[in-house]
Design a protein around this ligand. Structure first.
Ligand code: AMP
Ligand code: ZN
Ligand code: FE
Ligand code: FE
Length: 277
């Protein structure tokens, strides 16, 4: 049986990844990935370029996106695959989420200022440029301004969930995220459920998730087996990847090491065909 290295979770610098679309694809090539999904937060802006570079270097690109949702205060990331990147509603929502991210970044900066740290939204946007701005950019700006000793310290001291400068993103229910994705012709997956309770996962399945991200660097072998069991029990799809971002995260080793198989992608395609029949 032919097995190809398939990574269905990665980020470029159009969200909070370190590498440009082109750099990411060349890196994927280096580590032997043959099918890659770019799943930027709240953006599909990398996909068109990725598809054409992928064609040149022999890597198949699956259009993807990662949307943050909120279930009773718990942040739940949803991955969308095979979305039509030209879908107007999708484009509209993603643009709105990116705008909201900017507003939230300024709220975080305000909190940091109140804590006595000298940082401006401009410092953050200099790093984020026109990408979907997130806490990783703020952490980098804090580091650049020498207000923390490391990227991780920025999270630990200030911006981790519940930290003194933490601010939530816009409230979007998982159901709404599923609808945005399915209306754009895609399939929805519960991203890295590693720290979710079983009840929460069941609730998300009942709410309409098409699948679960089974393979992720944060999942132990036992967890992978456990999620695969749930996928089979509920007739869901599975997905998997490295969630590679690069840069200050020190996750270079994950790329090419945490991957899934072509069978998983074929199962997604058949589900989509069946849905549209
Ligand atoms: P945001 O989308 O702006 O909420 O940023 C979320 C990103 O920040 C995620 O992709 C995480 O990898 C990263 N992150 C969140 N919490 C932490 C933490 N405690 N330490 C390091 N990185 C974190
Ligand atoms: Zn990210
Ligand atoms: Fe995520
Ligand atoms: Fe991710």
């Amino acid at each position: 049986m032919e097995t190809r290295k398939v990574d269905l979770h990665s980020h470029t610098n159009l969200s909070d990844g370190f590498y440009s679309t082109e750099e990411l694809i060349y890196k994927a090539k280096d580590v032997g990935i043959e099918i890659l999904s770019i799943t930027d937060h709240d953006s599909v802006n990398a996909i068109e370029e990725a598809t054409s570079i992928g064609r040149e270097v022999g890597i198949e690109i699956i259009p993807g996106v990662e949307i943050s949702s909120d279930l009773r205060g718990i942040e739940v990331h949803i991955l969308g695959y095979f979305i039509d990147i030209n879908n107007k509603e999708l484009e509209h929502y993603l643009m709105f989420f990116r705008e909201e991210r900017k507003i939230r970044a300024s709220r975080i900066v305000d909190k940091l200022n109140q804590l006595g740290l000298e940082i401006t939204l401009e410092d953050v946007m200099k790093i984020a440029k026109n990408s979907a701005v997130g806490r990783p950019h703020i952490a980098q700006a804090l580091l650049a301004n020498e207000l923390v000793g490391s990227y991780q310290e920025a999270f630990n001291k200030y911006i981790k969930n519940g930290g003194p400068a933490y601010e939530k993103k816009v409230h979007l229910s998982p159901q709404s995220a599923f609808k945005i994705i399915s209306d754009a012709g895609g399939l929805s997956f519960i991203a890295h459920p590693g720290n979710m309770s079983q009840n929460l996962i069941k609730e998300l399945i009942d709410a309409g998730a098409d699948g679960i991200e089974v393979i992720h660097p944060s999942h132990s072998k036992d967890l992978i087996r456990f999620y695969r069991g749930i996928v089979n029990e509920y007739f869901l799809l599975e997905s998997g990847g490295s969630d590679f971002h690069g840069g200050k995260r020190n996750d270079e080793d994950n790329f090419g090491k945490h991957y899934t198989s072509q069978i998983v992608v074929e199962a997604m395609r058949s589900r989509l065909m069946r849905n549209s029949a």
